[in-house]
Design a binder for this molecule. Structure first.
Ligand code: SAM
Length: 253
């Protein structure tokens, strides 16, 4: 998988993406990462990448030409066909499903805006897709590009130590993840649930499924509504809800 990132701050991408899980994937050659700085495609002494907005108003706007030339250089660097993905608060919101789709491609160009954004004509001419982290604004597209790089990389084969760990993460099967515990067995008056200490793998699996269903019901009922639960899952969720309501009435008394 290859990521080409168009950015005025390549060091942000390089430093963060070469750390941890993504860093290992780059080292192993599973992920190839290249940055392209529009500033290197300017032709004036000041290496100008931004200018004042037509019509006035606050802030600066990234200029068409250097961003266009950086994108063309990235495209020409490999024969693989590639989509240009603009990270933007105005795009559709990223989900695990979208990220999963990205992980099946061989290459993506990630375009990072700064300032008030990029000249609209460049976006119209060059951008194939526009994706957002969520309904809030950050100062530049680099953090969003890093989120995409990280979320995609952890889905690629041979990246995570245990190939099942990404499969069990929240959203992968449409549910939130179950709770996790590690040593010590007791801390601050709280115990690890008995079932996790018993070594019965069938019971552990069932308990985890029940917790995942229960958490999703409590925190993200909208996700549950989209799923077609099988009989066992329906039974486990019903048990969870009964137990939850029972605990609630106990604490009220
Ligand atoms: N004026 C723009 C607007 O309101 O739509 C916001 C510009 S923002 C300060 C600068 C850049 O940060 C954007 O061009 C985009 O690349 C990136 N950015 C900001 N919020 C984002 C979000 N929620 N998701 C993805 N990228 C974002």
């Amino acid at each position: 998988m290859r990521f080409d990132v168009i950015t005025l701050f390549p060091e942000m991408i390089d430093n963060a993406a070469r750390t941890g899980v993504t860093g290992k994937a780059v080292e192993k050659g599973i992920v190839e990462l290249k940055t392209w700085n529009p500033r290197n495609y300017t032709h004036d002494n000041h290496r100008t990448v931004d200018d004042r907005p037509y019509g006035g108003g606050p802030g600066m706007v990234m200029k068409y030409e250097p961003v266009f030339d950086a994108i063309q250089a990235a495209k020409k660097d490999s024969a693989q066909s590639v989509s240009v993905v603009f990270l933007s608060p105005q795009g559709r919101q990223l989900t695990q499903q979208i990220v999963g789709g990205f992980s099946e491609r061989s290459r993506i160009i990630l375009l990072c805006g700064r300032y008030e954004g990029i000249d609209e004509r460049l976006l119209e001419a060059e951008v194939d897709e526009e994706w957002s982290l969520g309904d809030y604004v950050i100062s530049g597209g680099e953090l969003a590009a890093l989120v995409v790089i990280d979320a995609v990389t952890r889905l690629l084969p041979d990246v995570l130590g245990d190939k099942n760990s990404a499969q069990q993460d929240s959203y992968m099967g449409g549910l939130l993840d179950y709770p996790h515990y590690t040593r010590p067995e007791q801390i601050a008056g709280q115990n690890v649930p008995d079932v996790l200490l018993g070594g019965n793998h069938g019971q552990i699996e069932e308990w985890r499924m029940k917790q995942a269903l229960g958490r999703t019901w409590m925190r993200r009922n909208d996700l549950l509504e989209r799923l077609d639960l099988n009989d066992k899952q329906q039974r486990l969720l019903a048990e969870f809800i009964t137990e939850f309501k029972f605990r609630q009435t106990e604490t009220e008394d």
